[in-house]
Design a protein around this ligand. Structure first.
Ligand code: TYM
Length: 339
């Protein structure tokens, strides 16, 4: 019986596909930086192998990976404190994913809503990788024995699957090897909604650019998008209860709370009674104040892509030092002959 003491370790990843948006920042990046500063070991990954589950132009993928790395650093991830790397430079992720392909059941993956959303009506034509995606995601996490995974709400189902895979592996092989990872879904903006439709999540794939604020938007673009954001004619309530059935109003208040590091209750006690004509300019000012420096810093970092590549290679080296022995032990448990 292999016994492992699971010390706290944080892992999370973002796909380098499309532009980083406010949902990625508030639901993920900003919280990654907070976790880094709590003194726990943190690993953050640009999941390029996940990105190619749908077609990516190779030159665009390279650029998006470097730009995402710039986004991480500009948001406060310090490559000296966190391991920052792209997934394909740590081959142990894909190697463990194969083992998990043999642990996870078809029925489990058939229930994944992200696959249903992304494959749409034409499932027969979706890549096998898109279907098996959650197994690779489980491998991303478990190859480091990560105990905590900060994510937005849309990734909850995938973390539950990761827990199911760890439990089944441990049970099938009679070991206590993989930890049962906790999703960390916290804060006021775990699900940032589209600025055009409060029932849809803000996403890279929405055809309307007005639906999202991207991390490369300048102050004018941010102001325009917030001014045009869909709202309702009522004044803002003073209590959370009053946001029920008001998806668009709730979304803007959540964004304000997350950007200003306040709770929704605190924000409403300040802005309750105000019309959107008054609240929106406040939100524009706050958003520009918080996001413009990040976008400026991303632009600066992108001027030296070779330095970004060096940072990612170094991060990958450190990550491999953790991943390789865990893969070795996994092979041993599974019964692979090792020379
Ligand atoms: P991805 O690349 O779609 O999104 C990256 C992170 O941003 C969060 N997010 C949001 N949060 C709040 N509101 C939104 N509108 C919003 N949109 C996106 C996501 O929840 C995520 O935390 N499968 C993952 C990437 C991944 C991963 C992993 C994450 C691969 N392996 C291992 C954690 C651990 C994905 O597609 O995220």
């Amino acid at each position: 019986m292999t016994e492992v003491v699971h010390t706290p370790r944080v892992f999370s990843g973002i796909q380098p596909s499309g532009d980083l948006h406010l949902g990625n920042y508030l639901g993920a990046l900003k919280r990654f930086a907070e976790a880094q500063d709590q003194g726990i070991e943190t690993l953050y990954c640009m999941v390029d192998l996940h990105a190619i589950t749908v077609w990516q132009n190779p030159a665009d993928l390279k650029r998006a990976t470097r730009e995402l790395a710039a986004g991480f650093i500009a948001s406060g991830i310090d490559p000296e404190k966190s391991m920052l790397f792209n997934q394909s430079q740590v081959p142990e992720h894909a190697q463990l994913a194969w083992i998990f392909n043999c642990v996870a059941r078809m029925g489990w993956l058939n229930r994944m809503t992200q696959f249903k959303d992304k494959a749409g009506k034409n499932r027969e034509n979706a890549s096998v990788g898109l279907f098996a995606y959650p197994n690779l995601m489980a491998a991303d996490i478990l190859i480091y024995h990560a105990t905590h995974v900060p994510v937005g709400e849309d990734q909850k189902q995938h973390i539950e699957l990761t827990r199911d895979i760890a439990t089944k592996f441990n049970h099938d092989y009679g070991v206590d090897f993989f930890p049962i990872t906790e999703p960390v879904i916290e804060g006021a903006a775990t699900r940032v909604m589209s600025l055009r439709d409060g029932s849809k999540k803000m996403s890279k794939s929405d055809p309307s650019d007005m639906s999202r604020i991207t991390m490369t938007d300048d102050a004018d673009a941010i102001a325009k998008k917030i001014r045009k954001a869909k709202t309702d004619p009522e004044a803002l309530p003073s209590e959370v209860e009053g946001l029920k059935e008001r998806a668009e109003a709730r979304n803007l208040v959540n964004i304000y709370a997350a950007l200003s590091d306040n709770t929704v209750d605190q924000v409403l006690s300040d802005v309750g009674g105000k019309q959107f004509s008054e609240f929106k300019p406040m939100l524009v000012e706050l958003a520009v104040d918080k996001l413009a420096p990040i976008s400026t810093e991303m632009g600066r970092l992108m001027q030296d892509p070779a330095e970004i590549d060096r940072i990612l290679a170094k991060g990958a080296q450190k990550a491999r030092a953790i991943a390789a022995p865990i893969l070795d032990q996994t092979y041993e448990i599974v019964g692979m002959v090792r020379g």
